[in-house]
Design a protein around this ligand. Structure first.
Ligand SMILES: Nc1ncnc2c1ncn2[C@@H]1O[C@H](COP(=O)(O)OP(=O)(O)OP(=O)(O)O)[C@@H](O)[C@H]1O
Ligand code: SF4
Ligand SMILES: [Mg+2]
Length: 338
């Protein structure tokens, strides 16, 4: 049984400025011990999916036929009381902003101790031993437990938040852009420590990121989001070596460019659509060099590209030809635009 099974998740934010169709019919599953990278541009709906899983979204914005099974239980049917027992303890969140996860007037060690004692994982006497082990795993000195969050650098705060998430021994960890805003070297160190903790604890792991490099290094499975839709999902190796969706081909170009394997960094011209209405056909059409007329009117369904690799493009059987062409900057100038 999958640890997490998200089925047909759709989320619409209702706001005074109009509705925002943030997530549209997204389905994916995570087996125990799997590591998933949810990747996509800013505004593609990644954080919304994380918040939906933890039931942290405003009332009534999740569509009625959406389902989110965690250990076989539909979280969308759970009471708020049940969710309080699940958040942190069964599903841990490492949020984008470490500052929001730490109480500014509580010493970091006390915060972690209180959380562990509250959930019955240790008594006060046993907390220090556990904190020592956790701090060592994330590269924090034990003396730091007596400090308040403002006495920490950004990187140290993020390390403390990671230690806190793992202190409650959740079976699923969701990390939402866990190193944004930190310098590249610190980012790399923290992601390595995080990956090691995931491996050591056997947790199932979902990382939200816009960075293909992070996915390549730390994830077994990749799910690519575009404008609220999942466009491609499968084993990281398959998706990085042989992407089947034109958007993933574009993302990969940027990643290969950075790693120096192609001479020029090819970016995808244009911008994602506003999400003020559900797209009729393929959301990527205005930026897609391979679009044809049916892409404007027919929404491409998710279909098998190969074993456990699914893609939402009408022309998945032409993927290898498209991959070849997508390596050329000229191809991307062929996109039809709005
Ligand atoms: N509370 C809200 N009310 C209205 N619209 C929202 C709300 N939260 C997010 N949105 C919109 O929903 C869409 C998806 O946002 P989301 O934060 O899930 O994207 P994201 O992929 O996490 O982006 P980023 O990479 O910038 O964090 C965006 O258009 C965003 O502006
Ligand atoms: S369905 Fe059409 S527009 Fe969408 S990605 Fe495939 S070729 Fe491009
Ligand atoms: Mg986000």
């Amino acid at each position: 049984m999958a640890v997490l099974d998200v089925r047909k998740l759709s989320v619409t934010y209702r706001s005074g400025d109009g509705d925002v169709y943030a997530v549209d019919d997204v389905s994916f599953a995570l087996e125990k011990g799997d590591s998933l990278g949810l990747v996509g541009e800013s505004g593609s709906g990644k954080t919304t999916i994380g918040k939906a899983i933890l039931r942290l979204l405003p009332e009534r914005c999740i569509a009625g036929d959406s389902r989110i099974f965690f250990d076989g239980k539909d979280l969308l049917d759970a009471s708020e009381r049940e969710m309080r027992a699940i958040r942190g303890r069964k599903i841990g969140l490492i949020p984008q902003s470490a500052m929001n996860a730490l109480d500014p007037v509580v010493r970091v060690g006390d915060l972690i101790t209180e959380a562990m004692v509250l959930h019955g994982l240790t008594d006060r006497g046993g907390a220090d031993g556990k904190i020592k082990e956790l701090f060592a795993s994330v590269g924090l000195d034990m003396d730091r437990r007596m400090h308040y969050p403002h006495m920490f650098s950004g990187g140290m705060r993020q390390r403390a938040v990671i230690a806190m998430a793992f202190a409650l021994e959740p079976s699923l960890i969701i990390a939402d852009e866990p190193t944004t805003g930190l310098d590249v070297i610190v980012q790399g160190q923290i992601l390595k420590e995080l990956s090691k903790l995931v491996a050591r604890t056997g947790s199932t792991f979902m990382i939200i990121t816009h960075d293909m490099g992070v996915v390549a290094e730390h994830c077994r499975t990749v799910a690519v989001m575009y404008a609220g839709r999942l466009v491609e999902v499968g084993p990281a190796r398959d998706i990085l070596l042989s992407p089947s969706h034109p958007y993933t081909m574009g993302l990969r170009n940027g990643f290969l460019g950075v790693s120096g394997k192609v001479r020029e960094v090819i970016s995808i011209p244009g911008a994602p659509p506003r999400l003020a209405a559900p797209a009729r056909g393929c959301s990527f059409r205005p930026r897609c060099p391979f679009s044809e007329s049916r892409c404007e009117t027919e929404k491409p369904p998710m279909q098998e590209a190969s074993c456990s690799h699914r893609v939402a493009c009408h022309f998945r059987e032409r993927a290898s030809e498209m991959r070849e062409q997508a390596m050329s900057p000229a191809a991307w100038r062929e996109a039809p635009g709005e």
